[in-house]
Each structure stands twice: as C-alpha cells, then as structure tokens.
Design a binder for this molecule. Structure first.
Ligand SMILES: *Cc1c(COP(=O)(O)O)cnc(C)c1O
Length: 488
C-alpha cells in the first residue's frame, strides 16, 4: 500500500496516475457536445449506490473507468459554451496547473512552518488585490474558501469594531441592537452571517432597490437615521458590487458618503464584480470600492479560477485581530514578536489550502490584463444578448446588464394568465436541463418566475444565445400546447 504514498520512491507512479487522469479529462473536453447529459437523479443514484466502498479496485485505470460511469460522463461542464446558468466559470489552464501543484505539495497556509514561500505568495496576492482596490497602505486580508466565508469574516470584524465608543452602545455585548443594511437583492450569506454572529432575527435591514436593481441610497439614509433614532447601532452597510441575480452594482460612492457620515463599517461584496479589478475597459464601474472597510472577492467567479479561491480584504490590518487566537502548539503569541508570519492569525480557518497559488500562476503566465480581457468579453456578450432579448417580442428582459447577467422570461403571445406564463418558463428551464442542450438558471422578480443567463464563458457567442433562446421559446410553446390539450 505504500506505493500509493507520494514520495521519492513513487514519483513515477504519481506521474503516470495523474497523467492518466489528465488524459481522461482532456479527452472529455474534446467529446462533450453538450454541457450536460440530462441524466436524472434516479438514473445516476443506483450507479453510485451499488459501488462497494469496502472492496477497492487496486487499480488506477479501473478506478478511472468507474469514475467515467459515476461522474465524468454526466458531469455538468462549465467549459461548454451553452452552460449559461450560475456564477461558474470555465477555468484558465495556469490555474489548473497551480491546483495540481498545490495539492501534491499540500502546503497548509495556517503557519509559516507549514508553508514558507506559500505564506509569502499569499501575502503578495493579498497586497496586490488590496492595491487594485485602492484600500491604502494599512490594508491586509486573507484567502478564504469563498464569498460566504469572506462575508462572514468581514461582518465579524464589523461587529467587533462597532462596540467601542458607539452611540447607543452600553457596556457588554448587546448584539440584539446591531443592524446590518443590505439591499433586498444582496446575497443570502449576509443573513446567514448575521445569524452565525448571534445578531437578532431582525438584524438585517433590507433596503429597496431601484429599477436597475441598485440599492436606493435615499432609503438607506432614511433607515440609518431611523436606526439611531430608535436607539439601535448601525453595524455595517453591505454594498453589493455585482448582485448574484442581476449583476447590478450598488452606488458605491454614495454609500461610502453615508457610511462616513454615520460612522458605519462599509463592506463591499464584490464576489462577482471583482473581475472588474482586472479590467481596463470597465474598471470605473466599481469606482468607490476603494472607500470600503472590507471587500469580498471571489476569484473563482470572475477571475476564471477553479473552486475554491476567494479573499477578504480590509482597509485596516489591525481589525483582523478579531479573528486571532493563539495556541501553544501552533501559533504562540511570542511568534508575533518574532515576526513569524502565521496566516492563521488572520483566518477563520486553521488548516487551509494554498489556493493563492492558482492566482499566482495565472498572473505570472497570463497577467491581470489577460483575465480582465476575458471578463470584458463576457460583459460585452451580455450587452449583445440584451439587445437580442429587447428586440425579440417573445421575451421580456429585466435590466440592461452592468456585468454579464441577463434575467428574462418568455411571454408567449397568446397567454395572459401570469401563473401560466410562470409555469411555461419553469417548464422550459426543466426541459432544457433534461435535454442537456443548454443549462440556464432561474429566479423570481416581483414574485414571478424568470430565467437567467450568467455569462462567464468568452467562448459563448451571440449565436449560442440566440439558439438557446429559440430552444426556450420552443419548450414554452410545447408546454402551452400540452396545456391547451389538457384543458380541452
Ligand atoms: C456567489 C456570491 C457569494 C457567495 O460566494 P461563495 O463563493 O459561493 O461562497 C456572495 N455574494 C455574492 C454577491 C455572490 O454572488
């Protein structure tokens, strides 16, 4: 069994095994004609269930053959130009190479003595990102598992920072008085974080959005004033730079003004919009982000990185102390004075992947402009898709895109019942998924069912968009035809 341990004696076995796996995936890329096979849970589950995990195959090739059956054949492939659903990107090769290296070396970024250069590389990338945002000389941050964790950590820091000297803050922790302000289309991780942080059920104040799905700052100002009047403590405003549903960007400069005036922590959730940090063409769309106290970036969304790769950045490195705990066996306090860089002092995680290596390889091979140009392409594609939709009487499209998302619905000419239109769109999405021809997402707007394209693949063309719209319209028509048959 020792032949399976990666070491000097097994280097050749390692090379052959990994190459064999890479060959399978490479072959797959050449032969996937659809983003998905349409396999159902009922068809796939027994194949996975029947495998006896206590009877190993003792053979890499056989295990890969089996993997073909249980995973590779029916996986959902984000590299396919007709995968248009969620915030998943096709990945860039330098990052995949980084992934292969980091998992083989298996550094853990909690302490210097488990990573050495890995720690310094991560720190350089944190500084690089903070500089791109414009957070100033005292900025810092840390890589995280994703936007959810980044938002949680940012709100933890905001909660701790909201205590001293704040009006309405009595001695001791009174989390029931804290309020977080976020738009009605902000990410659900804001509410989840509030719950984890022990804030009350009413702690997240939902601020309405305007027609373009951007936070209404007049309403925010009003709520901040009301909060103080009611003797409550405004803990943080979460501005979203790229909402998950619409790609809309809240008015960051105005929100920064309000946060400054009310002395409130400003968090910018740029999990999606962070790709603009690398864009020369559209960087100005996130102007104002430099005024944030903390920022969430998901490189695994708009930097074309494999999951997971994310970071939380802060304006003031000192605020990260709220996540610092010392353990004698790991990161004793004296190491701080010895200036030994232990990233665990800044992180919610302990053992932690060297995800930063993927971004490092990407920047060293392609450069930031290379990433920015890919993201610009999908933003331009969304603008073209919007024109297609706006000109097509079969569809109703919600907002002109700021990033790369299109939310729309099919409105068959003969139908006026809104519930029937809902059902036709739900049916179309399901039928498309079952066919595997394309994968699209869905959401609700003003209580009605809509469909969504999240465009993150520069290989997708306007012809793909037009073809998928035809497929959707076809499925919706088919539903309505069958529905008429049912009625008669
Ligand atoms: C995706 C997303 C998140 C959550 O990020 P994960 O990496 O999925 O944990 C948070 N905020 C926004 C706006 C997002 O789009």
């Amino acid at each position: 069994m020792r032949s399976h341990l990666l070491n000097d004696l097994t280097a050749e076995h390692y090379r052959r095994s990994v190459t064999e796996g890479v060959e399978r995936v490479a072959a797959k890329l050449g032969t996937t004609g659809r983003p998905f096979t349409g396999v159902t849970v009922d068809a796939l589950a027994p194949r996975i269930e029947q495998i006896d995990l206590d009877r190993p195959l003792h053979d890499t090739t056989a295990a890969l053959d089996e993997l073909e059956e249980v995973y590779l054949r029916d996986a959902v492939y984000f590299h396919h130009p007709r995968y248009l659903a969620h915030l998943n990107c096709p990945v860039v090769i330098p990052a995949v190479l980084g992934e292969a290296v980091l998992s083989a070396v298996n550094s853990s970024l909690d302490t210097w003595d488990q990573s050495a250069g890995g720690t310094l590389i991560e720190r350089r990338l944190v500084d690089w990102t903070a500089a791109r945002i414009g957070l100033g000389p005292a900025a810092d941050g840390v890589f995280t598992s994703g936007g959810t964790q980044s938002n949680l950590q940012a709100l933890l820091l905001a909660r701790e920072e909201s205590k001293p000297g704040q009006a309405g803050w009595e001695s001791g922790v009174n989390p029931g008085k804290l309020r977080v302000f976020a738009s009605e289309v902000s990410h659900f991780s804001v509410k989840k974080s509030a719950k984890l942080l022990g804030l009350g059920a009413d702690s997240v104040v939902s601020i309405p959005v305007d027609h373009d799905k951007r936070m209404q700052t007049v309403a925010l100002a009003h709520e901040l004033e009301r909060c103080r009047r009611d003797g409550l403590v405004p803990m943080a405003v979460v501005a979203t730079a790229g909402t998950t549903d619409f790609g809309s960007i809240d008015p960051l400069p105005e929100i920064a003004e309000l946060c400054a005036r009310h002395d409130v922590w400003m968090h910018v959730d740029a999990a999606y919009g962070c790709g603009l940090l690398a864009s020369r063409k559209y960087r100005d769309r996130i102007d104002g982000i430099e005024r944030a106290d903390s920022v969430t970036v998901d490189y695994h969304k708009s930097f074309f990185q494999p999951v997971s790769s994310s970071a939380v950045l802060v304006r003031d490195a000192a605020t990260l102390r709220h996540a610092t705990y010392h353990a004698e066996y790991l990161n004793p306090r004296r190491m701080v004075h010895e200036r030994i860089p232990n990233q665990v002092d800044k992180s919610l995680q302990t053992t932690r992947r060297f995800d930063a290596l993927k971004l490092w390889m990407t920047l060293r091979v392609m450069g930031a402009d290379g990433i920015g140009e890919l993201f610009d392409e999908v933003c331009d594609l969304a603008a073209e898709g919007w024109q297609l939709l706006a000109a097509d009487p079969r569809f109703d499209v919600v907002v002109e895109p700021t990033l790369s998302t299109l939310v729309f619905r099919c409105i068959p000419a003969a139908v006026t019942d809104p519930a029937e239109i809902d059902r036709a769109n739900l049916y179309a999405r399901r039928a498309l998924f079952a066919s595997g021809d394309a994968v699209v997402a869905g959401t609700k707007v003003d209580g009605r069912h809509y469909l969504k394209f999240t465009l993150l693949n520069p290989e997708t063309t306007t012809a793909d968009i037009a073809a998928v719209l035809d497929l959707i319209a076809g499925h919706a028509e088919q539903y309505l035809g069958e529905s008429l048959d049912r009625a008669s």
